[in-house]
Write a protein that binds this ligand. Structure first.
Ligand SMILES: CC(C)(COP(=O)(O)OP(=O)(O)OC[C@H]1O[C@@H](n2cnc3c(N)ncnc32)[C@H](O)[C@@H]1OP(=O)(O)O)[C@@H](O)C(=O)NCCC(=O)NCCS
Length: 216
């Protein structure tokens, strides 16, 4: 049975539970830098560019993301940026935009938040134009590293719809293990029932596995 099959105003129970979670003891850095990818915390003026990036990728985002039922207004994206800046400051949720070293253009977004007492969940999306180059795998590696370094958690989890092969590829490339399946977890925007796979990595596994994924 799934607690996530119901929602309040389009927000899943899972996220509501996460929102009530206690703050992390420390904040993650506002900038995380990898060989090719930079993760930077949201700035107040980001909404117009983020809104444009989301609109350009709507068909793909709409297919998989509960919040992408329709194109967001600029006002909605401003609210999202403002809320996530506050939650970053309050150490409750750490969201970043992805850029490269060569260009400040926003390519996508990744975030991490508390999931239960001992785990953190990572979620992400990438602009359609940037798919297929390993960008999100590198971003998820950076964020998993930071989470295990700095947060009071022993496990990082990534939740993917079973049919979302692209999304599942990210934790699989990083050596996460599929630890569970939530049947009939939610209904997508086309009315299809989706099953969710849970990918997990614990602190000890990551320490061992990390040596093998230094270069991706
Ligand atoms: C999920 C999502 C971020 C995955 O994007 P992606 O580009 O496939 O993931 P990455 O950026 O890590 O790139 C991996 C791909 O690049 C290829 N690649 C090329 N160079 C690479 C490199 N140096 N390292 C790793 N992969 C590389 C991989 O082979 C893989 O391609 P494949 O799927 O054809 O095998 C993207 O599809 C998306 O935003 N989807 C919509 C939103 C969504 O589903 N979010 C997740 C909800 S749970």
């Amino acid at each position: 049975m799934s607690v996530n099959s119901k929602s309040v105003l389009g927000v899943s129970w899972r996220r509501l539970v996460g929102r009530r979670a206690v703050p992390f003891p420390v904040a993650l850095p506002r900038l995380l830098v990898g060989p090719r990818v930079r993760l930077r915390a949201f700035e107040p003026d980001d909404a117009p560019e983020a809104n444009a990036a989301i609109r350009q990728s709507m068909p793909q985002l709409h297919r998989w993301l509960p919040w992408a039922a329709r194109e967001p207004s600029l006002r909605a994206t401003r609210r999202f940026v403002r809320t996530m800046r506050r939650r970053f400051r309050d150490r409750r949720e750490f969201h970043y935009f992805l850029t490269t070293h060569d260009s400040p253009a926003i390519m996508g977004c990744i975030g991490v938040w508390r999931r239960g007492s001992d785990a953190a969940e990572i979620g992400y999306w990438l602009g359609t134009a940037h798919i297929g180059h390993g960008t999100m795998t590198e971003a998820a590696l950076l964020l998993t590293d930071a989470a295990f370094d700095l947060l009071d958690i022993s496990c990082v989890e990534i939740y993917c719809a079973q049919d979302n092969v692209k999304s599942r590829g990210v934790p699989m490339r990083l050596g996460f293990t599929c630890t569970g399946r939530v049947e009939n977890d939610r209904i997508d925007h086309q009315g299809r029932m989706l099953h969710t796979l849970i990918y997990a990595m614990n602190r000890e596994q990551w320490g061992n596995h990390r040596r093998g994924v230094n270069s991706i």
